[in-house]
Design a protein around this ligand. Structure first.
Ligand code: MG
Length: 296
């Protein structure tokens, strides 16, 4: 891909978000369906999933690809908790997990109201320390993405795990809730991949952790929106069928990072948080930016 000019500006200021001559680099390939990237500063690496190969991988700042977990129990989305520990959504274990300092995994949530979760897909940290995660049924519907099983919940909810361990389900009106990100402490952006309409939904949040649907915040085409990340200026970087779409804080398209494969998810990372990593079907890509992820 070297030499390819991957940037398509919808508005001219889009090009200011990247160093001059920024190139798309394909870092690694041969994955089946790469997903769930999160940069872990203490590991100096991006951890990401190949859900269908039942593996997780790490791409280090030194530029080395190494196997992280096999089997990974079909981990999908990742984030860091308020203490910087890795949090994972596990299709196979139908659980939200946390990795401890010694490398062992703790189940944070695997039931709600005495019924098993479906198959947690993606997770985001709220500034109040709560972890919000989506629970569509892909990991139990698709034999290649989990260990099967029956749905026990009455719906596909978005859950909030409070810092005190209390689990609630503030969002119950979505079909297949998927990627999610907090644009501000009182606004959650949520992808719903159920209908394939590319909608990002906005939910207004209360300090107590309740959520009310506000509007369809943006529509991402071609493909659909899945993974979402927010930069320090409140712009939203969304996965799409043709790469990554960058949206203004109001949801207007600023431009696109063109990627030759469907992008499922993305994260900011690298030593200063300004490298954009994209998990795109069979490959992991990177482009340098002049912005930083909101979490850095
Ligand atoms: Mg997802």
């Amino acid at each position: 891909m070297a030499g390819m000019t991957p940037l398509t500006a919808t508005r001219p200021e889009f090009l200011d978000l990247f160093p001059r001559g920024a190139e798309l680099t394909r870092l690694a390939g041969d994955f089946t369906w790469a997903e769930g990237p999160t940069y872990v500063p203490s590991r100096r690496a991006v951890i990401f999933s190949d859900v269908r190969q039942n593996r997780t991988w790490r791409w280090t700042d030194k530029g080395v690809l190494e196997e992280e977990l096999h089997p990974s129990h079909h981990q999908n989305g990742h984030t860091l908790d308020a203490q910087g520990r890795l949090v994972a959504c596990s299709h196979g274990l139908r659980a939200l997990l946390r990795q401890e300092a010694g490398g062992t995994w703790t189940v944070l949530a695997d039931h709600f109201e005495d019924r098993k979760l479906n198959s947690p897909n993606d997770v985001a940290l709220h500034p109040d320390g709560s972890l919000w995660f989506t629970d569509p049924t892909y990991g139990i519907d698709k034999p290649e993405e989990g260990y099967g099983g029956e749905r026990e919940q009455p719906g596909n909810f978005v859950y909030r795990l409070a810092p005190d361990g209390q689990l609630t389900a503030p969002i119950r009106d979505r079909q297949m809730p998927n990627g999610l990100a907090f644009q501000t402490p009182d606004l959650l952006l949520l992808a719903d991949t159920g209908k394939g309409d590319g909608h990002i939904h906005a939910y207004r949040l209360t300090p107590g952790g309740e959520a009310t649907h506000e509007r369809i915040w943006a529509t991402v085409r071609p493909g659909k929106t899945d993974g979402l990340r927010v930069d320090q200026a409140g712009r939203v970087w969304s996965s799409a069928g043709d790469g990554v779409h960058v949206l203004s804080p109001d949801g207007e398209e600023l431009g696109r990072v063109q990627v030759p494969e469907t992008v499922a998810n993305l994260c900011f990372g690298g030593p200063d948080g300004s490298s954009l990593f994209m998990t795109a079907s069979r490959s992991l890509y990177r482009i340098e930016t002049r912005v930083r992820g909101l979490e850095f």
